[in-house]
Design a protein around this ligand. Structure first.
Ligand code: CTP
Length: 407
């Protein structure tokens, strides 16, 4: 009975996977949760409210008003009652409505009123899942702090094969159990995260930069916030608009600015994750006016920047955790391990440029985590959100084994 006393609103939308919601509901009730089911009108075409009310032991909420006596079904009360809202299956249409606040059914009004965390398990055909509209809406709801339970790959109801299958109910139950046991793990803890590239200015219109998009660092910041941590994110120039509003984002365009911000903030935090692709060199001088075309070659002399992670490593106390990244092209494990030692990191996350789908710009990443014991832990290619989950899980376990998470 790992969910005893928990109040869960289970939202069901119109997908073939709605039948799985019955198994999910049964699993939640078995674990002791009290579950209020909310169905969209379309969901009732796929599974009957009778099944769901029998399994939950409560009438299903679906309409704004009861047809018999005009009683108002209060989405506000449901939203306040719940410790967690789980929308499974969530169709593309529902995800879109959640993203934009289109409150045309009781499920969406409940979602908009909910004060509790929200988990969303998408279920749809692979082309619908991959459509930029759907991916953009998922990003938007993620930025509201909603937790996405990634769909799996496999046979789809359409006969196609690919990503879009709703996660299996027993795995969602486990996810929910984990959520309740973990969600306060980092409450009252403060983390510093760096993300994105740096731009090193040459003149008012030119800079030297790199291809980092910031996606990995932003995913880590979101994940830390989901565990209840306070997060300060020092961000290089990126094009990510949807950020969890709880996260304090401070722009740090250049290596120098990022360095001074990090040095100021680090003494105040419990941990730092250095995800930014910081320039190693910056132009020795800055031209106040635009450099003009000439007949001769243009030579820009570069000087080394300060190593932010390395400098934080020098002032790190044994009450703090410091995590770095290494993007390598060759002799990856040795290079990463020597970086870990040189910068006094607790562990390092290695990306290899030789792995397809890993590195700058992708929505996926393939990492290896190496701790002070120099025993690499290899991970599969996953979405950056899932990778962030793995990294934060490692942070929590490191902090626990160093007794840093006791009150
Ligand atoms: N890093 C940093 N400040 C720098 C350079 C890097 O904080 N000026 C951090 C990165 O955010 C990352 C780690 O150090 O967490 C390793 O970055 P990387 O560029 O791989 O290492 P470098 O020390 O720059 O070594 P090299 O580029 O020679 O491989």
């Amino acid at each position: 009975m790992r969910l005893k006393g928990k109040h869960i609103v289970l939202g069901i939308t119109g997908s073939i996977a709605a039948y799985k919601a019955a198994y999910l509901l049964r699993g939640l009730v078995k674990e002791g949760a009290e579950v209020q089911v909310v169905m969209t009108p379309a969901a009732k075409e796929f599974i009957t409210p009778v099944t769901m009310s029998a399994l939950s032991g409560k009438p299903v909420a679906s309409e704004f008003f009861s047809a018999n006596d005009g009683t108002w079904h209060s989405h506000v009360d449901m939203g306040l009652w719940a410790d967690l809202m789980v929308i499974a299956p969530a169709t593309t249409a529902t995800i879109g409505k959640m993203a934009r606040g289109i409150a045309d059914n009781l499920l969406i009004t409940t979602y908009l009123s909910a004060k509790c965390p929200v988990m969303v398990a998408p279920a749809m055909d692979l082309d619908m899942f991959q459509h930029p509209a759907n991916l953009a809406n998922l990003e938007i709801i993620r930025s509201y702090g909603n937790l996405i339970i990634e769909p799996g790959e496999g046979a789809l109801a359409s006969g196609l094969h690919g990503k879009g299958r709703m996660e299996e109910p027993e795995n969602i139950v486990e996810e929910i159990v984990r959520f309740f046991s973990q969600k306060k793990k980092l409450l009252n803890r403060h983390f510093l995260v760096t993300a994105g590239p740096t731009y090193e200015k040459i003149d008012p219109v030119r800079f030297i930069g790199n291809y980092s998009t910031g996606k990995m660092g932003y995913a880590i910041a979101n994940e830390l916030a989901a565990y209840g941590a306070k997060v300060t994110l020092i961000s290089g120039p990126v094009n990510i608009k949807n950020v969890n509003p709880e996260i304090n984002v401070i722009p740090g365009e250049s290596a120098q600015l990022m360095h001074s911000l990090c040095m100021d903030i680090f003494p105040l935090v419990d941990g730092a994750v250095m995800c930014a692709a910081v320039a190693d060199f910056t132009p020795e001088s800055y031209s106040e006016s635009k450099v003009k075309r000439g007949k001769d070659d243009l030579i820009i002399r570069m000087k080394p920047t300060k190593d932010i992670a390395g400098d934080l490593g020098k002032i790190k106390t044994d009450k703090q955790i410091l995590v770095g990244f290494a993007l390598e092209t060759n002799d990856e494990l040795n290079n990463a391990y020597s970086k870990l030692q040189r910068k006094n990191l607790d562990f390092i996350v290695l990306n290899s440029m030789n792995d397809a789908g890993a590195g700058f710009g992708f929505d996926t990443n393939k990492i290896t985590m190496i701790g002070k014991d120099n025993k690499p832990a290899f991970f599969e290619l996953k979405s950056k959100t899932e990778v962030a989950h793995d990294i934060v899980a490692k942070i929590i376990s490191e902090m626990e084994s160093n007794n840093l998470l006791q009150e």
